[in-house]
Design a protein around this ligand. Structure first.
Ligand code: NAG
Ligand code: NAG
Ligand code: NAG
Ligand code: NAG
Ligand code: NAG
Ligand code: NAG
Ligand code: NAG
Ligand code: NAG
Ligand code: NAG
Ligand code: NAG
Length: 815
């Protein structure tokens, strides 16, 4: 870090001498971002670098580019980069500079949302917990200590990217920077201090002389020259707070995040496309998908306490980096038509006609060229719309795009992209034995229970974050009391969660692994004489959102701990409590300690809390992404060759019960639409093992810290690959089908030309189908990586469907 020059101005001068050709000037007017003097449409997508590995980055960025993106956006994760004050980590998946350079090599732009508050379902919203060590510290308000730390980190990041020439005016890819994040949503309770803080943040950002525009999202009072931008599922009705600010959509939610207590959320491709098309129809010019690739919360990085380790987000690229089809392809088709119309969209005159019944016809006119959108906002009624003498069928909740105002090139509800159904395949290395051989050791709890060395003492029940500063998930609360005779009591503990274990006289007498924990009671028998009570409170990620969110307590936080028997109550809240931060295994790094003689291979314990398991395995062959099935395990953390896969918790089922069911893309999407899958099942059973964590041809080690108790007997490795692919196309179109990553089509499961019904996995023939389609398709596709068939009677043979029935070709195949 020492090498960073503080005089950015001097750097910029030096750089500008060496930068004559590639320098990019970025500014904006009220219509669009202006890049090298030209207004541009920006189609961006979020990829958070720590949620994948450097080995995955080039492929993710390449797939984003192929999907029609021109820009990659990311937050910067302060608590990942500065885990302890002025101790920095820019290595591995935190190598921000390498990530931005990968974007640059791919020829894309980048938007850096420094914040440094990120939200992002990330632990503590990205702000380091060590900040809480300072008395009087308050996050995200007019608090001098906070502002000083925020300024220090923000400047560090701007200096770093400037030193590497990564800002657009230096020839780099960064076209926009962001200060703060979604503050407008929560600023009310901060009063004037919040307003002052935002003014300060804007002034501070400008003072960094970065020479690219700064944005503030969800900030209606963003001071000039900050551009305030919009986040949400839709942004068509958003207007920036200044006529000189273009309409920028920083977060168009492509899906939603997973939670431990909920089934898998999905946002239909038709609805994402609808939202984006509406945005461009309504003079939007810069938009970003949140997320384009969601990825994985490795280590202890989830925001708490509900967010799962998977941050898949139902994004166009799935957690493992595969194309999520048809979403990826349907949006790619949209991006192509938007880019085709770019000039008209950013320079043309915009006129809008309301045709009633939710129909709007928009025309962009630029000299002699015109581009049109027809939108149907009705959530149930399809419509046929007249335009320039043509008739256009516009399904409910859809947008049709006509780049010349004549030819329909795209409709958001008519998906042409193929569907890929991914499967998790057993895929063992040849000489891999059929069952994993486990060894085990115990977490040395006894040692900690009996050891008289404490971190500190207090006669209060302390709040957990300000006690552990998140150095560990675990905090011991230990006390003792005397009792004249043996007796049964009700032990009552009021905790803010997230997980609690109770030990009485060194025996585990209760565990509560549940997030909605408030008051917990259980019967215990106390003995005559001295009794020892020890509690382990565990956090599952720290809260990341809300006004004053950092002050939301964790742990037992001053709440009563009582033994109750009718009128006889022993209140232990203010006895002497001894505190220990963390577990022995963390200090001794068991997850790296493969060789210890403590590992035993006989009498494998099952369903025993605080047990470590270890096994070795060979990497599944090939290059497909690898996952581990944790079914049967309880809750804990897993490592492969010392790399954390994150917290696992397959014992936590969807208790919210969905809603699952028929997912209708029509009508405003909310996370509560019945668009979930896996109701009642474990919220996350599969965990990603990036290929770079594995050594091929060598022995790999998997270690599990099973905190809650479970059985490793069913644990196995799988690879994620394309199972079935499907596509449909109407008469007159060309159907294209392809297998990803170098595979080829091995078999045609279904092919029919006529009045096909149903969808991928469940197509049904109509009554008037052509007899030749199956043979034609088989001949054209089997053995090919990709095949194209023009949908006509010339290629597919005659069908007897008559003139009025719309007919199509549908194919289902295997790769
Ligand atoms: C951050 O603060 C440290 C002192 O703690 C100081 O040495 C350093 O220069 C500051 N960094 C920046 C970029 O201002
Ligand atoms: C930014 O530029 C101004 C005016 O040129 C200068 O006074 C200031 O020191 C610069 N700030 C930084 C952080 O380089
Ligand atoms: C936009 O419309 C105005 C007023 O009708 C006209 O003066 C101007 O030339 C038009 N601009 C373009 C780019 O067509
Ligand atoms: C539109 O026409 C004007 C005047 O003829 C011309 O200056 C301008 O370059 C044209 N714009 C485009 C994008 O063709
Ligand atoms: C437990 O805490 C909750 C929330 O702070 C509070 O409403 C409740 O009264 C407490 N229960 C007891 C038994 O103290
Ligand atoms: C505790 O004991 C009481 C009385 O013996 C009984 O009524 C109650 O159901 C027990 N509670 C639990 C949680 O076992
Ligand atoms: C609790 O105390 C009240 C009042 O002193 C008394 O009436 C009651 O019987 C007692 N209950 C028990 C279970 O001892
Ligand atoms: C325990 O101590 C706290 C802080 O000193 C105090 O607020 C609380 O009233 C005490 N509780 C009891 C039961 O004495
Ligand atoms: C959770 O779901 C799994 C699989 O569906 C099932 O086997 C298990 O019994 C469920 N657990 C609970 C507590 O409902
Ligand atoms: C800015 C915006 O559109 N925010 C919306 C995002 O979506 C959520 C959930 O539907 C709404 O509650 C927000 O108002």
């Amino acid at each position: 870090m020492k090498a960073i020059k503080s005089n950015l101005l001097l750097l910029l001068v030096l750089i500008s001498l060496s930068c004559i050709v590639q320098c990019t000037d970025v500014s904006h007017d009220g219509r669009a971002l202006i890049i090298n003097g030209e207004r541009r449409i920006i189609i961006s997508g979020s990829i958070h670098y720590p949620r994948s590995t450097p080995e995955m980055w080039p492929d993710l960025i390449k797939k984003a580019k192929e999907g029609g993106l021109d820009t990659i956006e990311t937050y910067v994760f302060w608590n990942g980069h500065e885990p302890r004050r002025r101790e920095y980590n820019f290595e591995g998946n935190y190598d921000l500079i390498r990530f931005i350079k990968e974007i640059q090599y791919a020829g894309l732009n980048s938007i850096l949302r420094i914040g440094p508050y990120a939200c992002a379902e990330w632990n503590y919203g990205g702000i380091p917990a060590w900040l809480r060590k300072y008395p009087g510290m308050q996050f995200r308000t007019n608090n001098q200590q906070f502002k000083d730390e925020m300024a220090n980190f923000t400047k560090l990041i701007v200096d770093m990217v400037a030193k590497e020439n990564l800002l657009a005016p230096q020839g780099g890819p960064i076209i926009l920077l962001q200060i703060e994040n979604e503050y407008g949503n929560i600023m009310g309770p901060y009063g004037d201090a919040g307003k002052e803080y935002i003014k300060w943040a804007a002034k501070f950002a400008v003072s960094l002389n970065a020479s690219v525009p700064w944005i503030m999202c969800q900030q209606g009072d963003a001071p000039q020259p900050m551009i305030n931008t919009c986040n949400g599922f839709y942004c068509d009705d958003f207007t920036p707070n200044n006529p000189n600010s273009p309409k920028i959509w920083t977060e168009n939610w492509t899906g939603w995040f997973k939670a431990w207590d909920k089934a898998d959320p999905h946002r239909p491709a038709e609805d994402v496309a609808y939202a984006v098309a509406r945005f461009f129809q309504r003079k939007g010019t810069t938009q970003n998908y949140y997320m384009y690739h969601g990825g994985t919360n490795f280590g202890r990085t989830t925001g708490g306490p509900y967010i799962t380790t998977s941050y898949d987000y139902d994004a166009p690229l799935d957690e493992y980096g595969n194309l999520r089809q048809p979403k990826w392809g349907h949006l790619k088709d949209l991006h192509a038509v938007i880019k085709e119309m770019e000039k008209a969209l950013v320079y043309g005159n915009h006129s809008n006609e309301d045709h009633g019944n939710g129909i709007e016809v928009t025309k962009y006119k630029l000299n002699t060229t015109t581009a049109c959108f027809i939108s149907n906002k009705d959530t149930t009624k399809d419509a046929t719309v007249d335009l320039n003498g043509g008739k256009y069928f516009v399904p409910a909740w859809s947008v049709t795009i006509l780049p010349d105002c004549k030819t329909e090139v795209y409709n958001t509800a008519k998906i042409k992209a193929q569907t890929n159904v991914m499967v998790k395949k057993a895929n063992k290395a040849e000489d891999e034995p059929s069952a994993l051989q486990w060894s085990w050791r115990l977490e040395p709890l006894k040692k900690q229970l009996e050891d008289k060395k404490f971190s500190f003492q207090s006669n209060q029940l302390l709040e957990q974050i300000t006690t552990t500063f998140d150095e560990s998930d675990y905090l011991w609360y230990m006390t003792s009391f005397h009792q004249p005779h043996k007796k049964q009591y009700k032990l009552s503990i009021n905790t803010t969660g997230h997980v609690l274990y109770v030990f009485l006289n060194n025996k585990l007498v209760g565990k509560h692994e549940h997030l909605h924990l408030l008051s917990k009671e259980r019967n215990v028998t106390v003995r005559h004489g001295k009794n020892n009570l020890a509690l382990i409170s565990a956090t599952v990620g720290l809260k990341n959102y809300g006004s004053f969110y950092e002050k939301m307590p964790a742990g037992i936080a001053g709440k009563p701990v009582k033994l109750i028997d009718g009128n006889d109550t022993i209140d232990l809240s203010n006895t002497t409590w001894n505190y220990k931060v963390g577990l022995v295994s963390e200090k001794k790094k068991f997850h790296l300690d493969e060789k210890s003689s403590k590992w035993k291979s006989v009498m494998l314990p099952i369903n025993r809390p605080f047990t470590w398991y270890k096994t070795t395995f060979e990497a599944p062959p090939g290059t497909d992404p690898v996952v581990i099935d944790t079914f049967g395990l309880g809750k804990g953390e897993a490592w492969v060759n010392g790399n954390s896969l994150g917290r696992y918790w397959p014992a936590y089922n969807d208790t919210a019960q969905g809603p699952c069911g028929h997912c209708d893309y029509r009508g405003k999407f909310t996370e509560n639409k019945p668009c979930r899958t896996g109701c009642g099942e474990p919220a996350q059973r599969w965990y990603h093992i990036p290929r770079s964590f594995l050594k091929s041809g060598e022995t790999n080690t998997l270690m599990l810290f099973e905190e809650a108790g479970g059985s490793p007997g069913l644990v196995e490795f799988r690879t994620v690959t394309v199972g079935t692919i499907c596509a449909t196309a109407d008469k007159g179109q060309t159907l294209t089908l392809s297998c990803p990553s170098g595979g080829s089509i091995s078999k045609i499961d279904f092919a029919s030309y006529g009045e096909v019904k149903g969808k991928c996995g469940a197509f049904e023939k109509g009554t008037c189908e052509s007899q030749d389609a199956f043979d034609v398709v088989s001949k054209a596709c089997i053995g090919q990586g990709s095949c194209s068939i023009s949908v006509s009677k010339e290629t597919l043979g005659e069908n007897n469907c008559g003139g009025s029935v719309p007919f199509k070709l549908a194919i289902q195949a295997a790769c």
